[in-house]
Design a protein around this ligand. Structure first.
Ligand code: CTP
Ligand code: CA
Length: 228
């Protein structure tokens, strides 16, 4: 929809978004993954485009369609997501909505691992994945002016979110309680708490698309304030 006699609020801005889970291969037929539908990240990409931005979406494997008018880069693993994000900087705003797997298998088998008949499972040696949000938060030259992360928690929501805000040098953390009883994981609704240096704001439960529109409106306001 057009805004009367004015520019769209994000005209001329580049918004870079991660969405979905990552898959970390174990062997040719198995992987480690996080639960994530990609609904919130993809809705953010759509909302940023509707606000006039040029949008790059780096998405892990999801079953929902690519948003229209958005450059979507498909990746599987955290390492691929990290590389795609770095290749698509600079951005005015970056929103890291992906549920990145924290660990990957040290050496991916090139053949399917077989049961050896002993009844004992194989040991998997894991190593930590790169932290994409933290890496760009600490970027010397290419840190976006507004950097937004998520914190999906099942306990100590605000304490954990505030720690992530600081550790990753994000401007905002969108915190949500993803305990199974909330139905947020995979569902259409989200109840968020916005954590920033200014404190914690509780948002009412709403559709993920409305969360996206309101976050994008807030981000546009923030950027215009920076300029003045
Ligand atoms: N994130 C990321 N790269 C990672 C892990 C997380 O970019 N390797 C981002 C997520 O996209 C999210 C934020 O960091 O925006 C918080 O993710 P979360 O999994 O909650 O934080 P972790 O630092 O991984 O801490 P933990 O899982 O132990 O709570
Ligand atoms: Ca994590």
């Amino acid at each position: 929809q057009a805004i009367a006699a004015g520019k769209l609020p994000m005209a001329g801005k580049h918004v870079l978004i991660t969405s979905g889970p990552t898959h970390e291969p174990i062997d040719p037929v198995r992987y480690i993954a996080n639960r994530s539908s990609g609904k919130q990240g993809h809705a953010l990409a759509e909302a940023a485009f509707a606000a006039g931005a040029r949008v790059t979406l780096v998405s892990g494997p999801v079953t929902i369609p690519d948003p229209d008018h958005v450059t979507t880069i498909h990746v599987e693993s955290a390492a691929e997501m990290m590389a795609a994000v770095e290749q698509n900087l600079p951005a005015d705003i970056a929103i890291m909505a992906a549920a990145v797997a924290d660990w990957r298998v040290v050496s991916e088998g090139d053949q399917k691992i077989k049961k050896d008949g002993s009844g004992k499972p194989p040991g998997l040696e894991l190593t930590e994945n790169p932290d994409i949000l933290r890496t760009i938060g600490h970027h010397k030259t290419l840190r976006p002016s507004l950097l937004i992360g998520f914190a999906a928690e099942t306990q100590d929501l605000i304490k954990n979110a505030a720690a992530k805000l600081e550790r990753k040098r994000a401007d905002w953390i969108v915190a949500n309680d993803v305990s199974p009883a909330t139905g947020i994981m995979g569902g259409d609704a989200n109840t968020i708490r916005l954590v920033s240096a200014n404190g914690v704001e509780d948002w009412p439960a709403m559709d993920k698309k409305d969360v996206a529109r309101q976050l994008i409106a807030r981000a546009a306001e923030m950027l215009s304030r920076d300029k003045s």
